[in-house]
Structure formats: structure tokens, C-alpha cells
Design a protein around this ligand. Structure first.
Ligand SMILES: [Zn+2]
Length: 355
């Protein structure tokens, strides 16, 4: 495999680079790494990941909604006119597997496979709900069954489970997804694999929700920091996808503060903390992957710098590929209102290579 691209939604540069995380430290010593900043105006999951996927700013790609939905003039993954990284890689003949990259849906063709990323049920409730039973008879269904989508941690989650239970479930999801990924790599080998885990973002949002449940009482930031510790312990498992790869890229769309002492109120809502701008970009090569300078902490970059950097390390010219790649099927979702649900499902299955 040429590339393993690990997404960690909400992983903070300050915490990842400065907290005592022994396995992360060891990885950093073998890598180049830098804060990967969300844009000033859009420190959100939807715009930031789209910038990572496309190599252009939110202003240019137009995905401005927090969760990348087609609301308030925002584009979405379905309506985005720009080619995304896996489409550009497909264009030069590399196959790609895309697992739970935020906001991705099956609306765009991919040479390989794509398993939708969160929060797919928001904009695509009907189709996603109908697509899943259709896929259960197929080999991918095992993976989907093994890998609960992030919807399990939706906005009502905290009403039914304690914080401790929620954290346990998130940890189980991480372990299952890592295992499922190894199954997928064995059964569906690809040149470039993209996998995303979102617990570092989810724990931050969950803490805010539990804070509201308890009317601002009993605020503790430790559970968030402890999840970084736990994840550090799992790092070897997350990086072992069951095969060798030339290039490892770990990135996040934004960060989360390293400290939060006093809860605050914004727009009448209680918060313990909220997104910070400092995501991460960590790149580790191996003997075959060319000039990745080792053990160097570099100046910060922006989300939009990730795609050109990764393509460059794979020996490809981002600017040329961006020109040459036709995103497909472009603008499908804009006219999907008039299509029958059945034809949309067929389209998505076709995009997955099943029809
Ligand atoms: Zn995010």
C-alpha cells in the first residue's frame, strides 16, 4: 500500500505535541509534524475536512456549514464542484478505500470503496437508511455491522447513558473499527486507505452536553485528556492496518483546547470548551517514500495544504491533477429531489461497484 491516511477529528496540536503521550512522542520523533490550522472564519468539521480533501479554502469550495450540509448556502460533499483527494488519486490509477471520512457520502464515484462518514443521516436520512439493508447481503455489510456509525453518539445520546458508559462505547467503537479495517485491507486491498476516528472531537462535545444536563455543575476536563492518553495506548493498533505502507499521514480538521477551567455561556448555551484552530499534520515516510525529513517540527500549515502535500509526496502534481480530474457525479444531489428513491439507491450502489 502506498498511503495510509489516518484522520482524527478534533485532535489538538497542543495536546498531541505537548502532553506526555509516549507512543505519540515516538511517532513524532520519526516524522515531520506541524499544527494544521483551521481557517479563522471556519474552525468547523465540514469546511475544514473539505479543505483537507480538496486543497482549497472554504471560500473557494463553498462548504461552510458546521457539518457540511446543504443549508444556509453551504455546499456539501454531494454538491461540491471540486475534485477530492481520492478522485485525484483514482485519476492517476491508484485505488482508494475511504472509511468514515467526515461528511463523505456514496454520491461520488470512487475506484475502490467508500463507507460514508458522519453525520450521514442528517442530510441523507432516507437514502442512507434504505441503503444499509440493501447492503446487508453483501460482503461490506460485515464491516458496517462491525463498525457502528457515529450516529450512535447523536445529540440525544447523553440522555440515555452516563459519561462513563459513553466513553466505554466510544472506546469499543475504536477497537472494532481498527479490527474491521484490517479485515477490509485483507479482503479489499487498495493503494491508498483513508480511515477516520472521531472520539477526540466527540468527547469534547459530550462533555459540553453533560455539563448542560448537570446545569453547569461538576465540570471536569480530565475525561478529555484521559482519552488522549487512552488513544496513545491504542496507537500501534490504529497504525497497524494489516499491511505495510510507504507513507503515513495523520491529520485533523481542527483542535480542542488543552485546558478549560471555567464553563462559559454563549448564545444562552453552556459550554465547557469548543473547537480550537490547531489541528495536526504528521507525516512519516519509509525507506521507499523519498525525502521526508525526519524528526522535525515545522511551521504551521492550513487544512488546504494537506492535499497538495500528500499528492506531492506520492509523486503527483496537485495543480495538474486538480485541473485534470472530473469530480463524478458532480451536482447529482442538486437535482435529486425529482428522482425516485429507488434510482438514487441504485446510483449509490453503482458508485460502490455493485451494479
Ligand atoms: Zn471536527
Amino acid at each position: 500500500m502506498k498511503l495510509f491516511f489516518l484522520g482524527l477529528d478534533g485532535a489538538s496540536a497542543q495536546i498531541m505535541f505537548e502532553r506526555d503521550l509516549p507512543n505519540t512522542r515516538k511517532l513524532l520523533a520519526e516524522s515531520t509534524y506541524r499544527p494544521c490550522m483551521a481557517e479563522d472564519d471556519y474552525p468547523y468539521t465540514g469546511p475544514s475536512w473539505t479543505s483537507i480533501y480538496t486543497g482549497v479554502s472554504a471560500q473557494e469550495h463553498g462548504v461552510t456549514d458546521l457539518w457540511g450540509r446543504n443549508v444556509e448556502g453551504s455546499e456539501s460533499y454531494d454538491t461540491l464542484r471540486d475534485p477530492v483527494m481520492w478522485e485525484m488519486l483514482n485519476h492517476v490509477g491508484m485505488t482508494t478505500g475511504v472509511v468514515h471520512m467526515p461528511m463523505t457520502t456514496c454520491s461520488r464515484r470512487v475506484d475502490g470503496y467508500l463507507i460514508s462518514g458522519f453525520p450521514n443521516e442528517l442530510e441523507h436520512a432516507g437514502v442512507a437508511a434504505e441503503l444499509m439493508p440493501l447492503m446487508q447481503g453483501r460482503d461490506l455489510s460485515d464491516l458496517i455491522r462491525l463498525t457502528p456509525r457515529d450516529r450512535i453518539l447523536d445529540n440525544t445520546w447523553y440522555r440515555n447513558y452516563t459519561l462513563e458508559q459513553s466513553i466505554d462505547i466510544m472506546k469499543a467503537m475504536v477497537r472494532w473499527k481498527a479490527e474491521a479495517t484490517r479485515i477490509l485491507v485483507r479482503t479489499h486491498p487498495v493503494d491508498c486507505l483513508f480511515v477516520q476516528y472521531s472520539m477526540l472531537d466527540r468527547i469534547g462535545h459530550l462533555l459540553n452536553q453533560y455539563l448542560r444536563v448537570h446545569d453547569g455543575q461538576g465540570w471536569s476536563y480530565e475525561p478529555l485528556l484521559e482519552l488522549y492518553d487512552w488513544l496513545d495506548g491504542q496507537l500501534a493498533d490504529l497504525l497497524d492496518v494489516g499491511t505495510d505502507y510507504d507513507l503515513l499521514v495523520i491529520t485533523s480538521d481542527h483542535g480542542w483546547p488543552a485546558q478549560a477551567t471555567e464553563p462559559y455561556t454563549h448564545d444562552g448555551k453552556l459550554f465547557g470548551a469548543w473547537h480550537s484552530h490547531d489541528g495536526v499534520l504528521i507525516i512519516r515516510g519509509n525507506a521507499h517514500s523519498g525525502p521526508v525529513p525526519a524528526d522535525r517540527r515545522l511551521e504551521q500549515c492550513y487544512n488546504r495544504d494537506v492535499c497538495p502535500a500528500v499528492l506531492g509526496l506520492l509523486g503527483e502534481d496537485y495543480a495538474a491533477l486538480r485541473q485534470a480530474t472530473r469530480p463524478a457525479p458532480a451536482e447529482q444531489a442538486r437535482s435529486s429531489g425529482s428522482e425516485s428513491a429507488e434510482s438514487t439507491i441504485e446510483e449509490r450502489l453503482r458508485a460502490l461497484g455493485y451494479l
